[in-house]
Each structure stands twice: as C-alpha cells, then as structure tokens.
Design a protein around this ligand. Structure first.
Ligand SMILES: [Mn+2]
Length: 400
C-alpha cells in the first residue's frame, strides 16, 4: 500500500499524548538548600516541557491525557503551582487537555487559575467529555483517585462517569477512553505484581464499552494485554486483533452492530515522566503517543489504535547497599568513586550527572573524614549523593 492509498482510504488520523505522574514540585524548593537536589527537581519540569513542545509543535497531537499525580503534594507552594500551570496553559492554548487528580493531590487539584480555562478539563467528579474531529467522536470518561475500596466501588464510579456527560454532543461516540489513577490487577513494579487487595481493580469490572484505559499511579510504563488471544470473538460483538510488536490494535466491525462497541479495553500505564523514587532506577521513562485511524469496510469501517512508547532522558540513578561488617569502608569509597566517574562521563547535563543512594547499617561512619571527602567529590562531579541508614528505606516504603 502506498502513501496516497492510505490518504484516500482513511479519514484523518487523531493523535493524542498520554502522560502521567509528573509529580511537579518533588525535590524542588523555592529556596534550595541543596543545589543538586534542586537540579533534580527542575528535571520534572524540563521533561514535560520537552514532551509538550515536541508533541504539539512537531507531532501535531490533537489532545492530551494526564493520568494524575500532576503535583507531588496536595498543597504545593504557590511558585510550583505557577510554574506547573504556566506549562499547562502553554499546552492548553494549543490543544485540549484532560486530567484527573491522583493520590498525591488527594483527589483535588489546586487549580484556581486554570479551572475556567476552556481547554483544560479536570475530572473533579466522575464525568465525561467528548472530543470531536473529522466527525469522529471520542468520549473521555474519568474520575478522581478512589482512595478506599476501589475494587468494590469501581463499577458504580465508572457508571456515573459515563452518565455524567459534560460536553453534550448529539449521537453516540465512536471511541471511548477511560482515564483514571488506580491499580489494576496484573500491573507491575520492580519485583512486585499487584494482585489482590481492596484497592486493586479487576479488569473484568471495566465495562467493554471502553477501547482503552489510560491510567496513572504505577510509575512503570506497561500495557496490560489482558491475556487476549490474537483474535477475540468470545462475545459475538467483541472482535479485536492485536499486534503487540507493532503496537497496533484493530477493532473490527461486526455485522449489524456498531463496530465500536463491546471490545476489551487495552490497559495502559504511561508511567511517570521522570524517575521519582529509587525503585524506578531500572525503568525507562517517557510517554505514550496514540494514533487513531479508521479503515473503511463496505458500509462500515474498522478502527486502528497505534500506541507507541517514546522514552525521554531521565536522571541516572544508582543504588549501593553496604554492610560495613562484611565490606570495609575503603572499598565502599572506591566503589562509589568509580560510579561517580561513570555517571559524570555519561552525562550530557553539566548541572546534574546522576543520583547515588547509599544504604548502610551503621551510620556512625558518616562523621568520618573519608566520607566527607566522598561527599565533596560527588558534589564536584554534579552527582547527588545521599547516605542513609537501611531502616530509612523501610520506613518510607511503609508510608506509601
Ligand atoms: Mn505517582
């Protein structure tokens, strides 16, 4: 098939960006005490800035989905709100943005300014909006983070989101997206898969009205295929073909039925746009670019969804766990110096080469001369170094 055939046969493509967990404000202080930590905090803004500019000016996306945890805290300082919303407004001047409050915002976003902006749609309640282009209607359903018992509540929340349509456009939607900030059974982080638990949603509870579920919360990029066979026709109205390697899903017309109903949704996590915690040190960071095209059949048309994960450079992170009873301090110093040199050589950003987290059992060594020299060496090489007792990590994990 050549290019002109594609043009003739398909209506205009609809492109969208899905990103999530931007955590604006993390490591960012208005009066920074640690310059390198501040540089790390700045990356959260510059990454999203880069994504927005690229996607709006070069890729011509039609709309943006944000899966929650826009801010890192529920009450961010005014400077951070300003810096983040400026970015949002820049994008919203060009394309509509749909976003949901995540757990870090406690279900609400401090958006005094942008609330009334036409192009910014915040799901403060379970609700839905319609996006339309070239006669193709996309219904975007969303709801704020469900804090407790999401597993039980999910069905009724989705139902009310579906019914509470804010943009009232006549006719049915052709394509339906569910935007949320939740754990789905089978989603993974390093060394852990979410399965049971009162806050873990089962995919069977997401109605087959949706083609795609775009969700935040898990910081690792992943697409859950839901164990679909290559062609699904278990339900008489349910037909979908997937090509995982190409990242293409085709929803087929079924005779006598609206082709765009009754399909199994594709479940997607875009992941965070920068490494937020040490746990994410081996994960690629980026965003999802979705493209919707239609292929005409005799009287109907099939719908193709292409999903591409694009990585963006993120902060290099190294983790060193050290037991001083078994490993001498001098070896630790040598090891960490080696890592500092590596990070410095690899880095393209002179203001921050990377992050090293050292966990030790015995913190009394922190007073030693060789440690303070190491700290200086790291600083000189723009490496953010933190040395903490092992229990620190345990306590943080309990808090999450
Ligand atoms: Mn998050």
């Amino acid at each position: 098939m050549n290019a002109s055939m594609v043009d003739r046969n398909s209506r205009g493509a609809i492109k969208f960006l899905f990103l999530s967990d931007t955590h604006f404000g993390v490591h960012y202080a208005v009066k920074p005490r640690n310059k390198l930590r501040f540089e790390y905090g700045k990356r959260f803004f510059s990454n999203v800035e880069r994504i927005f500019h690229h996607l709006i000016e070069e890729d011509n996306v039609d709309f943006i989905l944000h899966g929650g945890d826009f801010f890192n805290r529920s009450k961010p300082p005014p400077d951070i709100v300003k810096k983040s919303t400026d970015l949002l407004l820049w994008a919203a001047k060009r394309v509509p943005i749909y976003l949901i409050p995540g757990n870090h915002e406690r279900g609400k976003l401090p958006f005094g300014l942008v609330k009334f902006y036409d192009n910014i749609h915040v799901f403060s309640n379970p609700s839905s909006f319609i996006f339309e282009k070239d006669e193709i209607k996309i219904k975007i359903c969303g709801f704020p983070y469900i804090r407790h018992n999401a597993r039980k509540k999910i069905k009724s929340v989705i139902k009310s989101a579906w019914k509470n349509e804010i943009t009232n456009l006549p006719g049915r939607s052709h394509y339906n997206i569910l935007l949320m900030h939740q754990l789905i059974q089978g989603s993974r982080v390093e060394h852990y898969t979410f399965n049971r638990g009162h806050n873990v949603i089962q995919s069977k509870d997401i109605p087959p009205l949706f083609h795609m579920v775009a969700t935040g919360h898990v910081h690792r990029y992943q697409i859950l295929y839901g164990n679909y066979p290559k062609m699904i026709s278990s339900h008489k109205h349910r037909r979908i073909k997937q090509d995982i390697v190409a990242g293409r899903w085709t929803f087929y017309s079924v005779k006598g039925e609206n082709p765009f109903y009754y399909t199994n949704p594709i479940l997607c996590y875009s992941g965070s746009s920068e490494r937020v915690s040490l746990m994410e040190r081996n994960e690629d960071k980026g965003y999802l670019l979705g493209t919707l095209t239609t292929t005409p059949m005799k009287k109907k048309y099939n719908l193709n969804l292409d999903l591409k994960f694009n990585t963006i450079p993120s902060v290099e992170m190294k983790y060193v766990k050290w037991d001083l009873k078994l490993q001498p301090l001098n070896d630790l110093i040598t090891e960490v110096r080696k890592i500092i040199d590596e990070l410095n050589q690899k880095s393209t950003d002179p203001s921050l080469s990377g992050v090293i987290s050292i966990r030790i059992e015995d913190t009394s060594i922190l007073e030693s001369n060789s440690i303070s020299q190491l700290v200086e060496y790291a600083k000189k090489n723009s490496v953010l170094l933190s040395i903490r007792p092992i229990s620190y990590q345990r306590n943080r994990e309990r808090k999450r």
